[in-house]
Design a protein around this ligand. Structure first.
Ligand code: HEC
Ligand code: HEC
Length: 333
């Protein structure tokens, strides 16, 4: 028996090695696995906004501070924008239960349920999983500025820092910090409506990897579609549909008040009192400066570097029906 021991040991070692190699290849996919990790393992090239190294001073913490507070919390570094922070216009949470959706009414219901603001910008949650930015009609608004930003997240952030936020450009280490923070908001497998029982398909690189990549990507949008809409021709008649005040209430509270209450991001002060609602209701159908149709659909013109402006809502971010619902809520006695 003794003479078999070395042989058994050898067998044991071989078995161990094999088990380890096996483990290395078939890494488990769980609800918490980042979607990009699964895609890369299947052979998808890393996106150009991957971070390979962080410059000195850069960190996730700095990035979080810029996005939520507009400042790096380092004295002597100027606030990014005097008017806004990124979260004035973008949520950092997901906005749909199913990430294939784009329906503004589902977005509103999800926001109301999760107590999120209802904003003109797309969520920063999952933005590192998207591949195309400032889509659809945003080209009309920003023209040539969109070209470098279309497929480059760093350029998209810079465009927003300067144009949407009316602030200064981010320095290199600030940009990498923002990106590092945005990578903490990447999609995980649990965000996709893929049944957990199907995860095993994605554990090993196989011959049909390309199909699997396409399949995973079909569970979330690669971009945020955007269509500009005009105010109604006849503002008294509006968009010609019956408004529902009960649906208008969350729009007012989660959207308009997010920026206007206590003049948070605007000099125009609004609250949920009668006075504010009456003022808006009175001007809603007018052709005056205070008409909400005008502001919701065209936004306020921006004067570069000078003042806060109101960003417009695309039809994806507020439907015509929802605008009428808002009007009905404000007009309600
Ligand atoms: C005043 C409102 C506003 C502010 C402030 C703002 N953004 Fe934006 N941002 C927008 C709008 C509107 C778009 C248009 C595209 C969209 O989000 O759907 C946009 C687009 C983007 C995009 C491209 C998203 C996409 O899917 O097309 C990124 C990335 C972005 N912003 C990052 C930032 C960052 C980072 C900050 C802070 C430095 C910031 N934004 C501040 C309104 C704003
Ligand atoms: C992302 C922030 C933001 C959101 C959301 C927002 N606004 Fe504004 N709004 C502004 C800013 C900034 C101005 C420009 C006025 C200023 O200088 O502060 C403005 C201007 C206005 C004005 C013109 C008044 C003036 O003095 O310039 C009206 C009316 C208005 N908003 C109504 C609304 C309504 C109604 C909603 C909800 C559908 C809404 N806003 C949502 C930021 C916002």
């Amino acid at each position: 028996m003794k003479k078999f021991i070395p042989f058994l040991l050898l067998l044991g070692t071989i078995w161990c090695c094999l088990a380890m190699t096996e483990n290395r290849v078939a890494v488990e996919v769980s609800v918490e696995t980042p979607v990009w990790e699964v895609l890369e393992r299947l052979g998808e090239p890393s996106p150009n906004h991957s971070i390979t190294f962080l410059p000195p001073k850069a960190s996730v913490e700095v990035g979080r501070n810029i996005v939520h507070f507009g400042s790096t919390k380092i004295k002597a570094v100027k606030q990014q924008s005097a008017h806004f922070v990124c979260t004035s216009c973008h949520n950092t949470e997901k906005e749909f239960a199913d990430l294939r959706d784009t329906d503004p009414q589902k977005r509103l219901e999800y926001a109301a349920e999760h107590n999120l603001p209802f904003l003109p910008g797309s969520p920063l949650y999952g933005v590192v999983n998207r591949s195309s930015f400032y889509n659809g009609d945003y080209e009309k608004k920003y023209g040539k500025l969109v070209i470098p930003a279309r497929n480059d997240l760093r350029e998209a952030i810079q465009l927003c820092a300067v144009e949407c936020s009316q602030g200064r450009a981010l320095k290199d280490w600030e940009m990498e910090s923002v990106l590092a923070y945005l990578w903490t908001l990447e999609l995980k497998m649990e965000d996709l409506a893929i049944p957990v029982a199907d995860y095993h398909k994605y554990t090993i690189k196989s011959v049909d990897a390309a199909d699997l990549i396409t399949e995973i990507k079909s569970y979330y949008n690669q971009d945020s579609p955007a269509h500009f809409v005009a105010p109604p021709d006849d503002r008294e008649a509006g968009y010609g549909m019956q408004g529902d005040p009960a649906n208008g209430e969350p729009i007012y509270k989660l959207s308009c008040l997010h920026c206007h209450e206590d003049q948070r991001y605007s000099f125009f002060d609004l609250n949920d009192g009668k006075l504010s609602r009456r003022l808006l209701a009175k001007h809603f159908p007018s052709y005056s400066y205070y008409s909400s149709y005008q502001f919701i659909r065209y936004g306020a013109p921006s004067h570069p570097g000078k003042r806060a402006y109101m960003p417009q809502f695309t039809s994806e971010k507020m439907s015509n029906q929802q605008v009428e619902d808002l009007r009905a809520y404000l007009t309600k006695k």
